[in-house]
Design a protein around this ligand. Structure first.
Ligand code: SF4
Length: 375
């Protein structure tokens, strides 16, 4: 018999009461189970059977909303595996996501990544609605420099080409000659046919690029708070603890870490390496979710997982993606004149010949002097 309230109206069920206090606690119905069972196969290495029903219901609700709104989710490699493998439509590093955003015929783009990535999507697809689930999802590199800083640098170094790493605001991109990513930074710098290039804002990427080219590099004192923390001691400790392990690092880490590793490259290069290496045991010295996501595609590699969490990337959750789609929040706006300048900078990069594979950084490189500009 149904329970009744004091006035004779039907009382809420326990499930309804729980959902009212937690709007993300959606029912795990037969329909949800049928629609999501195949997705569990992709994430069962990181999601327990007990956690899955609640996640599955939310994943199903998100995927239903996407279809209703003709929306796509751009999922960066550093998203947790439930986002990356269960609701992401287009997955990859910042360059791949930017390219795919421009080519997508969706009306709405939800950026499961950080704010500069959402801005880049808006720059390349200004007619689309771009949403970011949490406006606070920033980046230590992007916040290290402003468009005004770049204007001052250009005034202090007239005639020297300025390249910006993609991890910057649209305002910064609009002031620069060309954009680059860690997949193509050396190619971009060398394409400018200049003895000297200013490469902003990551001092570690700049030092790693300088070690791979004869172009003189000047840079800015920005850094990625995740990758700058790795040390050569970490590399040695891992080799001692796991004999035979292959160590892969990112060019946002210090040069000496790249020199101590077996391979270095962008997240795209790391994933490419994992697919083709034939290695048995590896460490991806990068953000924590990268190994979880690559492991789904390459289960034959045992990934040892020391890592650093990016607090900005981890602001994006299934819950706030659900809210972004339900409430059309938070829309990313970029001024039309900034879009024009930033698009020219990104497009100059996209117009370069596309390499057959993402470039890697040779660990056997030699350090070269890199000056940090101050203005
Ligand atoms: S991992 Fe580093 S570069 Fe990437 S968003 Fe986080 S702070 Fe920025």
């Amino acid at each position: 018999m149904d329970r009744l309230n004091w006035d004779g109206t039907p009382a809420s069920t326990d499930a309804e009461t729980a959902q009212a206090s937690n709007p993300y606690l959606l029912p795990y119905t037969d329909e949800v189970k049928a629609a999501t069972d195949h997705l569990y196969e992709r994430v069962k290495h990181v999601v327990t059977p007990m956690e899955w029903p609640q996640k599955a219901a939310l994943i199903h609700a998100i995927n239903t909303l996407k279809a209703e709104k003709n929306a796509v989710i751009l999922a960066h490699n550093y998203m947790t595996a439930d986002i990356f493998h269960c609701v992401g439509d287009l997955m990859g590093d910042s360059l791949a996501l930017a390219r795919m955003a421009a080519e997508s015929d969706a009306d709405v783009i939800v950026q499961a990544g950080v704010h500069f990535m959402a801005e880049t999507a808006k720059v390349l697809a200004p007619e689309k609605t771009v949403l970011i689930p949490d406006m606070e999802a920033g980046c230590s590199l992007a916040s290290s420099i402003t468009g005004e800083d770049v204007r001052r640098i250009k005034a202090a170094y007239p005639g020297v080409p300025v390249v910006t790493y993609v991890n910057t605001s649209a305002d910064v991109k609009a002031e620069c000659d060309m954009c680059c990513t860690s997949s193509n930074a050396v190619q971009v710098v060398e394409s400018l046919n200049s003895d000297t290039v200013i490469l902003l804002p990551d001092q570690y990427l700049a030092k790693n690029v300088a070690a791979q080219t004869d172009v003189k590099i000047l840079t800015w004192a920005g850094s990625c708070e995740v990758h700058e923390q790795f040390t050569t001691e970490d590399v040695q400790d891992l080799r001692d603890a796991h004999p035979g392990v292959v160590i892969i690092t990112h060019p946002e880490s210090p040069l000496e870490v790249v020199q101590a590793a077996d391979f270095a490259g962008s997240t795209a290069a790391m994933a490419d390496w994992a697919r083709n290496s034939g290695a048995k045991k590896a460490v991806l010295l990068t953000e924590c979710s990268m190994s979880d996501n690559v492991a789904v595609e390459v289960p034959e590699i045992e990934f040892i997982r020391p890592c650093n969490l990016c607090p900005h990337m981890k602001k994006i959750t299934l819950e706030n993606i659900y809210d972004a789609l339900r409430f059309d929040q938070h829309e990313v706006h970029v001024d039309a004149d900034v879009i024009e300048g930033a698009r020219a900078s990104v497009q100059a990069m996209l117009d370069l010949p596309k390499p057959a594979a993402p470039a890697s950084f040779d660990p056997a490189c030699q350090e070269k002097p890199v000056d940090i500009v101050t203005v």
